[in-house]
Design a protein around this ligand. Structure first.
Ligand SMILES: CC(C)(COP(=O)(O)OP(=O)(O)OC[C@H]1O[C@@H](n2cnc3c(N)ncnc32)[C@H](O)[C@@H]1OP(=O)(O)O)[C@@H](O)C(=O)NCCC(=O)NCCS
Length: 150
């Protein structure tokens, strides 16, 4: 599916500006601050991957946070620039992130109104396990989704 002309690569601190701009366009209500993004890109065992187009532009980003002591990993964020959506980039970024995470259980939180993302996660094998009332700023409920693999 799709993905011609895109490649997936490790992201690092050199991508801070591009990923900050991408986050601002993908998550106008919930974007990460500079400091959160700095730590996400600079330290720890975090999996962070970018999708890059043929001209070298960062068009998508995913991050996964392994918590081996709990046997699970969190998909922290997944975003694709609006003009590059519906080409499979989000699905491929999620799959690449999952393959680098070793934990049997994967979890993520998504706004209940985000039907596009919820559909993508369903297709990727995630199930809704809990609704968290007023999880997001502004009071929207969150949907906790989980994928358990062997
Ligand atoms: C959610 C998000 C990451 C999906 O990115 P994406 O690259 O568009 O994802 P995909 O292309 O893999 O799949 C999305 C849709 O495109 C469709 N699609 C995939 N390839 C396609 C193709 N070649 N032609 C037409 N449609 C296609 C999928 O079936 C899916 O369809 P749907 O919208 O009817 O459910 C993106 O919409 C986004 O960044 N949203 C804002 C941030 C966000 O909400 N992130 C998740 C929060 S937890």
């Amino acid at each position: 599916m799709g993905m011609e002309g895109f490649r997936i690569e490790e992201a690092g601190l050199g991508d801070l500006g591009a990923i900050r701009a991408l986050q601002a366009r993908c998550f106008p209500e919930d974007e990460f601050g500079w400091i959160d993004l700095f730590f996400l890109l600079a330290f720890s065992d975090t999996v962070r991957l970018k999708a890059v187009d043929g001209s070298g532009r960062v068009v998508g980003f995913v991050a996964g946070d392994p918590q081996p002591h709990r046997g699970l990993a969190w998909i922290v964020t997944l975003g694709v620039l609006p003009e590059q959506r519906r080409q499979g980039v989000g699905t491929q970024l999620l799959a690449a992130c999952e393959s680098r995470l070793k934990e049997p259980c994967l979890r993520l939180m998504v706004r209940v109104s985000n039907t596009v993302a919820i559909a993508l996660y369903h297709r990727a094998g995630y199930q809704e396990i809990k609704r968290e009332p007023r999880y997001y700023p502004g009071g929207e409920d969150g949907l906790l989704m989980e994928k358990v693999r062997q």
